[in-house]
Design a protein around this ligand. Structure first.
Ligand code: ADP
Ligand code: ZN
Ligand code: ZN
Length: 752
């Protein structure tokens, strides 16, 4: 970007110098050049942080060295001022990954690096500077030494880089610090300050668990993956297998082979599944398992990071950000529950760990294994296109059957409410029976706070946008229904457009109201609510699960939080209170989310000897998402849903970038959004491929007012992801002189 050298090469005599190409942690965007002074030659490498002077005042700033080149000397170049870290924080592969992310997610590289390298590592949390002593030169050059001095030299000769911290050296050589300082004076030792950790990570190793004998299907899956491991090439796999079909055992055995080859594996799981049980499963099979979750202290996380970087760790198990684990010899990446939206980071650079993992696997030439019982349509589509190899594990281990799933049609009055409330007679009776027989009950109500759809309670009709196949949202303040996708608006109806009934409803019920209803209906039962409000800490969450596991809670109700992960053999009933909350959410993935949610919560039952039943209350029992969930038929669902995505031009057929433009005044947000959209359309018309990209909006964003700001969004869709990104860049340029406006770029958004 900075072309200080251009034109100079031929005129000046060829004096060559080493130049560090750097980006700033915070500061101007772009790549800048600094000369490496003689004193620092050989001490700087790509991925390392250095200090450089910036601007007229030459204030020192932190920069990341991207690469070192030999170039012609130029008088404009300033010198690197010093080092921040002694060694690179990033492996070369991670540095390239970060560069790719900056490009792909349209985000400054400095911001990406702040994401890739945890803050605690950058701040050197849990470390302190202590004096170290190093041998100054070759041993035979030393003049006569006393016995103590000779011991010091002998100890240092054994140490790596012939260097040790003071305490360790005095202890091992049995001498005092004065002896060392004396040797420094004589020029035999060099004293320097270096960082050490307060405490090393505890590598808990559990009693060994034996490798299971794989069944036929698992064996085939493993063999296919191992072939790729042996080739040392990128290969993508999607394991589609119901919960309990033995996917994890396949991952573990694949990793055993990777470890045998002296390499490391990263296993990514959703934060919510990163339970002690999950970790134990890996610790009982491998000696050195590092764990990265969001509840580590800074010092703990930094220690894990160092330990991983040292190459001693065999397996890294972690949530989203573990995709950046600095393993020096990565051999395999596994992502379990790959459909989980928590793999997407909702702050810049807004990366999706699945796509980052895919790119890292390609960079490091290793296999990537994704697994799910309800794969994302993104991955499923890739498998259909031949980009991923599909591996099916269709049966549960031990031949356990899947629970029966039955819809309850909320439109039929005979199932109608016992009183005002959301639990139907049929669900009430089933809860009663389950409790009578000593079973436990899970009730799911996945209501996200703000969305209110417009639904007729007589016929179930939901008001949809004519252009988008998306539910319209009622805005009470101005009496209109809006499409949050394209901006279509209409007056809020007083009667149902379908059946003319006046039974039109504008509201939904949240988990708190459900809790009150459950307590009123079943005053004797112990009941616990789990949602983002009641489960603020990990402790609260783990305690709730423990109480439920121990049988101290009979009814667990909550949002999707309760739909995931754990195995509770005593759960005999799952009730989905309103499957339509997700179904009519203003998002083109609404059907996919509904299918996933119902399927996943259904998986919480039928695990014990008493079997299980799943009741799904819905106004749309004939909807393909509900029907497919009833039949446990992901493939059938995908076969119906993908053509719809194709017809409407949505992902995964296209790539989508979402721009959200916000301002304190609504007219400003709307006006700037309009301007950006115009700039994009203009650039598009110049490509000569006007149909290659589609613009939706600008329209009010689903959360139109957020933190005092009005938000408008534009969605840019197209099959050619490079073209889509180039157009977004053009659009953003028109915001360069905008004041009082901020924007967010979300590449491959998962939520609207
Ligand atoms: P998934 O990851 O698909 O949910 P798991 O690998 O966790 O499946 O397997 C489900 C259960 O079956 C676990 O308790 C696991 O120990 C057990 N299991 C897996 N594979 C085998 C096997 N080949 N033989 C016996 N038990 C197995
Ligand atoms: Zn109606
Ligand atoms: Zn619309």
């Amino acid at each position: 970007q900075l072309s200080l050298f251009s034109g100079l090469e031929d005129t000046s005599p060829a004096k060559r110098v080493l130049v560090a190409k750097v980006v700033f942690e915070s500061g101007p965007e772009g790549v800048f050049d600094y000369r490496i002074p003689k004193t620092l030659v050989g001490k700087i490498a790509a991925g390392q942080r250095i200090r450089v002077p910036l601007g007229k005042s030459n204030r020192p700033v932190v920069a990341y060295c991207l690469e070192i080149c030999e170039e012609t000397d130029s008088p404009q170049l300033k010198d690197v001022a010093g080092l921040i870290d002694e060694a690179p924080l990033l492996t070369p592969a991670l540095l390239r990954l970060a560069q790719w992310m900056a490009e792909y997610y349209l985000c400054p590289l400095g911001t990406v690096l702040e994401t890739v390298i945890p803050a605690c590592v950058r701040n050197q949390a849990g470390t302190r500077l202590v004096p170290h002593y190093r041998l100054a030169g070759p041993v035979d050059a030393f003049p006569s030494l006393t016995e103590k001095q000779a011991r010091v030299v002998a100890v240092l000769l054994q140490a790596s880089e012939h260097r040790l911290p003071r305490d360790e050296l005095t202890r091992n050589a049995g001498c005092t610090a004065a002896v060392l300082d004396n040797l420094v004076k004589r020029g035999i030792l060099v004293k320097e300050m270096a960082r050490v950790r307060h405490s090393e990570p505890v590598a808990a190793t559990l009693p060994r668990q034996d490798r299971l004998v794989l069944n036929q299907q698992q064996r085939q899956a493993l063999e296919i993956i191992l072939e790729a491991v042996r080739c040392e090439e990128y290969r993508g796999f999607l394991i589609y297998g119901v919960t309990g079909s033995g996917k994890t055992e396949v991952y573990i055995q694949a990793i055993e082979h990777v470890v045998k080859r002296g390499k490391q594996a990263i296993v990514l799981v959703p934060e919510i599944s990163l339970t002690p049980q999950t970790v134990e499963r890996f610790r009982s099979r491998f000696d050195h398992v590092a764990v990265l979750h969001s509840h580590l202290t800074d010092a703990e996380r930094a220690a894990q990071w160092d330990w991983i970087a040292s190459g001693q760790v065999q397996v890294v198990v972690g949530a989203r950000s573990a995709v950046f684990a600095p393993t020096p010899r990565l051999g395999l990446i596994v992502m379990d529950e790959e459909h989980e939206t928590s793999f997407k980071q909702e702050a810049a650079p807004r990366y999706h760990a699945r796509d980052v993992a895919l790119h890292r696997a390609q960079l490091e030439r290793i296999p990537l294994v994704l697994g799910s019982a309800t794969p994302s349509l993104e991955s499923w589509y890739r498998a259909q296109q031949g980009e991923f190899m599909l591996i099916r594990l269709p049966e549960r281990i031990g031949g356990r059957t899947l629970p029966a799933v039955k819809p309850i049609d909320l439109r039929q009055p005979k199932h109608g409410r016992v009183s005002r409330g959301v639990i139907t007679r049929q669900l009430h009776a089933a809860i009663h029976e389950a409790l009578e027989n000593g079973g436990q009950v899970i009730l799911l109500l996945n209501r996200r706070g703000f969305a209110t759809h417009v639904q007729c309670s007589a016929c179930g009709y939901v008001l949809m946008c004519p252009d988008c196949e998306i539910a319209l949202t009622h805005h009470r303040s101005f009496g209109k229904v809006l499409c949050h996708y394209c901006g279509h608006e209409a007056p809020s109806p007083k009667t149902c457009p379908e059946c003319q009934s006046v039974a039109i409803r504008f509201s939904g019920v949240g988990t708190e109201r459900l809790e009150a209803e459950v307590k009123a209906r079943f005053p004797e039962a112990t009941c616990l609510r789990m949602d983002a409000d009641s489960m603020r800490s990990r402790e609260a969450y783990e305690r709730a699960f423990r109480l439920f596991r121990e049988g101290k809670i009979q009814i667990l109700l909550g949002t999707q939080m309760i739909a995931k992960g754990l195995d509770f053999p005593n759960v005999t009933l799952v009730g989905v209170v309103n499957a339509d909350t997700a179904l009519h959410f203003p998002d083109f993935r609404a059907a996919e989310r509904t299918f996933q949610l119902v399927t996943q919560v259904a998986g919480r039952t039928g695990r014990g000897p008493h079997g299980g039943l799943v009741l799904v209350q819905t106004f749309s029992p004939e909807h393909s998402a509900i029907q497919s969930a009833v039949r446990h038929d992901f493939e059938g669902f995908a076969a119906q849903e993908l053509p719809i995505r194709t017809a409407f031009g949505y992902p995964p057929i296209t790539r989508l970038v979402r721009l959200v433009i916000s301002a304190e005044k609504e007219v400003e947000a709307a006006g700037w959004a309009e301007r950006v959209a115009r700039a994009i359309l203009e650039a598009l018309s110049q490509t000569g491929r006007p149909d290659a990209v589609r613009l939706v909006g600008p329209a009010p964003a689903p959360l139109m007012k957020l933190r005092g700001k009005y938000r408008y969004h534009i969605q840019i869709l197209g099959k050619d992801e490079n073209l889509v990104r180039a157009l977004v860049r053009c659009g953003l340029q028109s915001l360069e002189d905008a004041r009082h406006v901020s924007y967010v770029v979300d590449v491959d958004p998962v939520d609207m």
